[in-house]
Design a protein around this ligand. Structure first.
Ligand SMILES: NC(=O)c1ccc[n+]([C@@H]2O[C@H](COP(=O)([O-])OP(=O)(O)OC[C@H]3O[C@@H](n4cnc5c(N)ncnc54)[C@H](OP(=O)(O)O)[C@@H]3O)[C@@H](O)[C@H]2O)c1
Length: 334
């Protein structure tokens, strides 16, 4: 890559402001360092975490500096490799989870660590691939926290509840739970019930009805585990629906949830709520991409936007009403 080449990127310069604060700029194309590759990005996916960082949810740690180019989930082509990179080469089509501290995905090019970059099967398009990293890895890790290991016979837990199964993470949690042969009860809005059934859910509750709000399984099963992908549901709503040693994995834990979890641990409570923070692993990304290649897992896409309209994609994510992943596509010819 020629030195000093510039690219189109979307950035924000301070906390707050939502989609209106995103600016289209020309910046230098970054250079890959040791164990990094430079990607020509073909598609990127927005996650709620991206705009929560803009809102200041992890201030003062993130973003590391302003202006910040957000987004960490990308798919594209390797166009340059840094020193000591042997596992990837120019021309490889890949999916990457970029450095969470520095982002960089809302741009034409980004540097990615080889550790969190996986070669794609030729049949996987970049938009579907870009939707994978954060959401599918969080779903996989949440299932592990719940005691589920894909491929293990006689899986325990058996009955699982997945809230917001229509969302970016819930869609993968539902599909992965079915691959593990669990009985899945899922919640979503009425418009997404058929979709969530098509992902494999055995029972679906409309979260806006009294039955949905009660979280009671239509077949009156108690849940061995809950993958809680929605927000605003209290422990007291889950607790009566849990089996004796039922566990709720909360992927958006509040301070109250942290305190409840700590107290439950200290008192050896059988039923527990467990906070989760994604700790991404390259081998898990390869595993997920393998499932996609085998046709066992798919990305539901809510909508696609060109980079020129990234602020519309940002606003859609902030609405909290996506069905699956929101994708930004880079269509530059350079
Ligand atoms: N811990 C971690 O490391 C980690 C990693 C990634 C994400 N997260 C967090 O996980 C959460 C989910 O992320 P996501 O990407 O899946 O979100 P998302 O795609 O924005 O979720 C949107 C979906 O949730 C549904 N929904 C909203 N409220 C619901 C409710 N009360 N019950 C059932 N469904 C509901 C919406 O349905 P309607 O449109 O019908 O309302 C919509 O389909 C976010 O808070 C995110 O920040 C945590």
């Amino acid at each position: 890559m020629a030195a000093h080449k510039t690219m189109h990127a979307v950035q924000y310069g301070s906390y707050g402001g939502g989609a209106d604060a995103l600016k289209h700029v020309e910046v230098l194309v970054p250079s890959p360092k040791k164990d990094e590759v430079l990607l020509k990005i073909e598609a990127a996916a927005i996650n709620p975490f991206d705009w929560k960082v803009q809102k200041g949810a992890v201030r003062p740690f993130m973003p590391r500096k302003f202006p910040h180019t957000p987004v960490v989930d990308v798919a594209g082509e390797v166009v340059d490799v840094g020193p000591e990179v042997n596992s990837l080469k120019q021309g490889d089509k890949v999916v990457s989870l970029l450095n969470i501290m520095t982002g960089g995905g809302l741009a034409e090019y980004a540097v990615a660590s080889t550790n969190l970059t996986t070669i794609l099967p030729p049949t996987t398009p970049p938009d579907e691939a870009a939707g994978l990293p954060t959401a599918s890895l969080t779903a996989l890790q949440a299932l592990r926290y719940a005691g589920v290991e894909l491929g293990r016979p006689n899986q325990q837990p058996k009955n699982i509840l997945i809230t917001a199964a229509s969302g970016g993470i819930g869609q993968f949690a539902t599909q992965l739970a079915k691959l593990a042969n669990l009985h899945v009860t899922a919640t979503c809005g009425a418009r997404n019930i058929d979709l969530v059934r098509s992902l494999g859910a055995d029972e679906v509750l409309d979260y806006k009805t009294p039955e949905g709000a009660s979280l009671i399984s239509p077949s009156e099963k108690k849940y061995d585990a809950v993958i809680h992908c929605a927000t605003g549901i209290s422990w007291s709503a889950f607790e009566p629906n849990l089996a004796e040693k039922g566990k709720v994995v909360d992927i958006t834990p509040t301070m109250k949830v942290m305190m409840t979890s700590l107290l439950q641990k200290l008192t050896f409570s059988k039923k527990q709520i467990v906070p989760l923070m994604l700790s991404p692993q390259g081998k898990d990304l390869s595993f997920i991409v393998g499932l996609v290649g085998e046709g066992k897992l798919r990305t539901v896409i809510d909508s696609r936007y060109p980079l020129e309209k990234a602020e519309e994609a940002w606003a859609k994510s902030m609405s909290g009403h996506a069905t699956g992943k929101i994708i930004v596509e880079m269509r530059s010819s350079s």
